[in-house]
Design a protein around this ligand. Structure first.
Ligand code: FES
Length: 154
């Protein structure tokens, strides 16, 4: 039995048929909508590589059933840059060398944008690190990531 869901993805209304109601939002984005900027790391909610904004809030897309997102607005990394013009958080990540291999970077950036919108961490580096702790960087670029988030929210 297929299921039809409506999503707004990066400002574009999408109607998607789900053949399998168990498909995750992550797999829907990557495999059906070809938005591969959102990465799959652990696929079990532990690394944050799949972070997107769902109705403006940070979520792990690997933990969300696409069917449960019916009617929601999803924002992915692909929505940020306007041609060559980067989003301020993207620019801050470059300015602070906040990545090495880059695999976790889309998730880090989407998490940072969600954090800034939440306005919870302020200018305290410890609180920023805590608020970003759901996003793992195997290269250990945490100092640059924290500096980038602090600059971007200033
Ligand atoms: Fe979703 Fe790791 S892929 S948290």
């Amino acid at each position: 039995m297929s299921l039809s869901i409506a999503l707004n993805v990066n400002g574009v209304p999408r109607q998607v048929e789900l053949d399998d109601p168990r498909v995750t939002l992550l797999d829907l984005l990557r495999e059906r909508l070809h938005l591969t900027g959102t990465k799959k790391g652990c696929d079990r909610g532990q690394c944050g590589a799949c972070t997107v904004l769902l109705d403006g809030r940070r979520i792990n897309a690997c933990l969300a059933l696409a069917a449960s997102c019916d009617g929601a607005a999803v924002q992915t990394i692909e929505s940020l840059a306007d041609g060559p013009a980067l989003h301020p958080v993207q620019a801050a990540f470059i300015a602070h060398d906040a990545f090495q291999c880059g695999y976790c970077t889309p998730g880090q950036i989407m998490s940072a944008i969600g954090l800034i919108q939440e306005a919870q961490a302020g200018d305290d580096p410890e609180r920023v690190r805590e608020a970003m702790s759901g996003n793992i960087c195997r290269c250990g670029a945490y100092a640059g990531i924290t500096a980038a988030v602090l600059e971007a929210q200033a």
